[in-house]
Design a protein around this ligand. Structure first.
Ligand code: FMN
Length: 170
């Protein structure tokens, strides 16, 4: 796991290569194995592979989401907020687990922030995504994780660049 963390970087350019169904299945299993507060499992995951839908979802924000159009898979991480008061934490954990398992399977990925973001002056990014996917209003959208086989190389962050001062004295 530490080796995966050492080399993981956000990847926003993807090869023209489909993700095998068995890999998608492993990502689904990983999402569903994510721990949740009090084991309430408030999340819902929408696995989107349809190019037209990925294109529509890529317009969720004016910036920071367009690369989803070139991804081969987007996982929309959402939750029923009535099922847990800490759905945000639960969705965050599922999102990073998806990214780390994807990394372990050779996929590149990048988190796209949705909660608290705007699509335009009148519509939130969450509203845009609910409309694209036909989700009910009770479903809150935290993030979208874009996946694909990497078409860019990024150097790992060197150990000497880690901000050791962020570890406070005990
Ligand atoms: C909570 C969160 C929200 C993020 N939102 C976006 C986003 O909307 N668009 C994007 O391109 N990258 C997004 N990122 C990726 C970060 O920009 C990236 O992780 C950070 O710059 C560090 O780079 P690295 O992942 O390559 O180490 C997000 C990451 C996190 C953890």
């Amino acid at each position: 796991m530490i080796e995966i963390l050492r080399k993981r970087r956000s990847i926003r350019k993807y090869r023209d290569k489909d993700i095998e169904p068995e890999i998608v299945e492993l990502l689904k299993e990983a999402a569903l194995r994510s721990p949740t507060s009090r084991n309430f499992r408030p999340w819902r995951f929408v696995f989107v592979e349809n190019r037209g839908k990925l294109e529509a979802l890529s317009k969720a924000k004016p910036s920071g989401s367009s690369f989803l159009a070139g991804a081969r898979l987007g996982v929309v991480v959402c939750a029923d907020e009535d099922e847990s008061d800490v759905w945000i934490e639960d969705c965050s954990i599922a999102s990073i687990i998806l990214q780390l398992v994807g990394e372990s399977l050779g996929l590149g990925s990048c988190w796209i922030q949705i909660r608290l973001r705007m699509h335009d002056d009148s519509q939130t990014s969450e509203e845009h995504i609910r409309a694209v996917l036909g989700l009910p209003e009770s479903i809150r959208v935290e993030s979208m994780i874009a996946f694909g086989y990497p078409d860019e190389e990024k150097a790992p962050i060197p150990a000497k660049e880690l901000e050791r001062e962020k570890i406070l004295p005990s």
